[in-house]
Write a protein that binds this ligand. Structure first.
Ligand code: SAM
Length: 326
């Protein structure tokens, strides 16, 4: 249990439903070496629903579906509908690259889903292809428009800042929040692929903030208890907001409120530390809810230990984002 009274309550679970993706983002994984999980290793939807119910018993009230790219997994819409029915889960959110959003947006909205994060690092077609390996910018922009017209809210744009690649576009990306009621969130690059590439392209968000001051005074906005470590700002004349997520230069541990469940059923207390607890093995061996709940409790204790530990976080997740779920 977290005994530190100032520490965030752990109420948020990121659920990776697949390690497959329809993009090949330069910073996400070693695509050449990447081997997809055999499908039998990936948790089935009924297993995910059972674990979500146990997590809710442990105090989790917000679940974010992630991946890989969640929208490439068949049956996802139906699963999201069922996740909304799990007692105790008050908020269901989805993180997607948006490529299939135009097609799936209406069915997703029908499930009751409203909270949507879409990853978008550039507004330029050739650059998008360079970063993601695919010529899909038009599809993502169409998906965003569709999502906005359907009424998804909040709609958040996740933008990884890449020095020398998209840092000349920061103003254009920020202005999406002026022209739309969206939250544009800048994220610091983490060294998941190569240290050398990271060193070349990492830009601290303090510098991003400095460059964005030309837009006007950034006024801190209040966050809800399940928001986690993003710092949110409003700007005069903006319909939306700007967010800043600093995994590299900000110390998150006391404000971090999340656990991660990987597609192959590993519960991960901390993105930056490689420790994981296997849930799939015990689940498939037939353990009861009480014992699975005990494993969740173990992860919560591990997380509290991480936060209290004098060791600095390793600053490396130990495996690529596509397999953890970002
Ligand atoms: N496919 C979905 C998407 O694109 O949003 C969900 C999975 S993706 C791994 C989740 C988030 O992790 C994305 O916003 C992506 O930009 C971010 N991400 C992946 N690798 C990263 C890295 N090395 N540093 C910072 N963010 C990263």
């Amino acid at each position: 249990m977290r005994e530190d009274p100032g520490a965030a309550k752990i109420n948020y679970l990121r659920l990776s439903v697949t390690d497959r993706c329809n993009l090949r983002c330069r910073y996400c994984t070693y695509w050449r070496d990447w081997r997809k999980l055999p499908s039998g290793e990936i948790l089935r939807y009924e297993e995910l629903l059972r674990l979500a119910a146990i997590a809710a018993e442990m105090g989790i009230s917000k679940v974010r579906i992630t991946g890989g790219e969640p929208l490439v997994r068949r049956g996802l819409v139906d699963f999201i509908g069922k996740l909304h029915q799990v007692a105790g889960i008050a908020k269901v959110c989805l993180t997607s690259n948006g490529v299939l959003l135009e097609e799936l947006g209406p069915a997703l909205y029908e499930t009751g889903l409203r909270h949507l994060n879409v990853s978008l690092d550039t507004l330029r077609r050739e650059r998008y292809r360079q970063i993601t390996g695919r010529d899909n910018l038009a599809a993502v922009l169409a998906g965003l428009e569709r999502a906005a017209s359907l009424g998804f809210h909040p709609l958040k744009i996740n933008c990884v800042v890449l020095q020398g690649i998209n840092d000349d576009e920061l103003l254009d990306l920020a202005l999406l929040a002026r022209d739309h009621p969206w939250q544009v969130r800048f994220i610091e690059l983490m060294p998941t692929v190569s240290q050398e590439w990271w060193q070349r392209h990492f830009l601290p968000l303090s510098e991003v903030l400095r460059r964005l001051t030309v837009l006007g005074p950034l006024m801190p906005s209040t966050c809800s208890p399940t928001d986690g470590p993003a710092r949110i700002f409003r700007l005069p004349g903006f319909q939306g907001e700007l967010g800043f997520i600093t995994p590299m230069t900000g110390h998150h541990c006391r404000t971090c409120n999340r656990l991660r469940l990987t597609a192959d059923g590993k519960l991960r207390p901390c993105l930056m530390q490689p420790g994981e607890l296997d849930l799939k093995g015990p689940l498939r061996l037939g353990l009861g809810d009480g014992l699975l709940g005990y494993l969740f409790r173990e992860a919560l204790d591990l997380k509290a230990g991480n936060a209290a530990s004098p060791l600095a976080p390793s600053h490396h997740p130990g495996r690529s984002m596509i397999s953890i779920g970002g």
